[in-house]
Design a protein around this ligand. Structure first.
Ligand SMILES: Cc1cc2nc3c(=O)[nH]c(=O)nc-3n(C[C@H](O)[C@H](O)[C@H](O)COP(=O)(O)O)c2cc1C
Length: 338
């Protein structure tokens, strides 16, 4: 299979998701260190796009400098977007203009966050209950922003009765593509997501639909494409469980087996992750928290052996202790970051 035969999405204005397999925004996970590492550890051309975790826009437009910090170093190889969440059209539009000015390849609007603190303030998934307002917000941002604008929706709050209307209003407002996380707000992150909602969204609109939810292995990515006819797939927690999922998917499409990842390679990945967090000035405690989150996910997919050694590492509170403990499991005693 050649590069050109992989699914791709053209957002217009010179921005492409190629291939159309995206890393999902995840608050507390996809900071610039993690995002950059996912983009770098997969073979070039395996990850089609990534974006910041949501940036809340409430009282004021977000300053360009704050957005640039979240965006991280500029990349020419992969479009990196900025995700905004709010309910004030003027503030969202001004923030989107700032995002484009500091290099956001596209701006994504979050209409999926289920968190009560967000919902109570009528942002994120709360806007799914008011499709006309959602349309006005998207239209204001799309009119102001020089970069393409995309939206990320859940299928509804308590039911999915207005799914088609939501999708069509996003299209009408000028969204270049939309991601549908195929769960309701009340379903939180339950497994599995209902992919029939993605198929409904595909039928309801002409803009590219990116399916999301429970596509956590290369096989399930392909199953989601096949079951729904979606133009792209977005992977969230699966990327934490297997950071190389994107490359594995591309290899599978070409008929090649995934590369074997030894525990030592996985630990080296964790060490690189730690190094990137340290380089961004993350305090030891915060970095260890992120590493534990990653180690648990890696153990769920079997990339890291679930053992007493891992359990001991998960009890450590500093980087040195964490890597010293984990080194025992890998047969690589020198896992302490330099
Ligand atoms: C820890 C965590 C944080 C998340 N933060 C965001 C976010 O900032 N913006 C967003 O649009 N979705 C966020 N999501 C939702 C994911 O982008 C994705 O839609 C969801 O996890 C379903 O995909 P998955 O089944 O592949 O994980 C988050 C999900 C998780 C698990």
């Amino acid at each position: 299979m050649t590069w050109s035969s992989l699914p791709r999405i053209d957002l217009g204005r010179g921005v492409h998701f190629a291939p159309a397999l995206l890393l999902a925004p995840m608050e507390g996970v996809t900071d610039p260190a993690f995002r950059g590492l996912i983009l770098d550890c997969n073979a070039a051309g395996s990850v089609g796009a990534a974006c910041t975790e949501f940036l809340r826009v409430s009282q004021l437009a977000l300053p360009a400098r704050r957005i640039a910090e979240e965006l991280g170093p500029a990349r020419r190889d992969v479009p990196v977007g900025v995700q905004l969440m709010g309910n004030d059209a003027a503030l969202l539009a001004a923030s989107a203009v700032h995002a484009a000015s500091v290099g956001a390849a596209y701006v994504d609007l979050n209409f999926g966050c289920p968190a009560p603190r967000v919902f109570q303030h009528c942002a994120g998934s709360a806007l799914l209950e008011d499709p006309p307002r959602l349309e006005r917000l998207v239209a204001a941002v799309a009119a102001a922003c020089p970069a393409p604008v995309t939206v990320k929706l859940r299928a509804g709050v308590r039911d999915d009765a207005r799914l088609e209307e939501l999708v069509q209003r996003a299209e009408q407002a000028g969204a270049a593509a939309l991601t549908l996380h195929a769960r309701l707000r009340i379903e939180s992150y339950e497994h599995p997501a209902d992919w029939s909602r993605i198929a409904r969204a595909v039928r309801a609109t002409r803009i590219p639909v990116i399916g999301n939810g429970s596509a956590d292995t290369p096989q399930r990515v392909d199953a989601l494409f096949a079951a729904t006819g979606c133009a792209g797939v977005m992977v969230g927690r699966g990327a934490l469980q297997n950071p190389w999922l994107f490359e594995d998917w591309r290899r599978a499409r070409a008929g090649s087996p995934p590369r074997r990842r030894s525990p030592a390679a996985v630990f080296a990945w964790l060490r690189e992750y730690a190094g990137r967090m340290q380089a961004r000035g993350a305090p030891d405690r915060a970095a260890v928290g992120r590493l534990k989150q990653a180690a648990k996910a890696l153990a769920r997919s079997g990339l890291l052996p679930a053992s007493d050694v891992l359990r001991k590492a998960l009890r450590e509170t500093d980087l040195e202790g964490f890597f010293a403990a984990l080194g025992g499991a890998s047969g690589c005693p020198s896992m302490v970051p330099r």
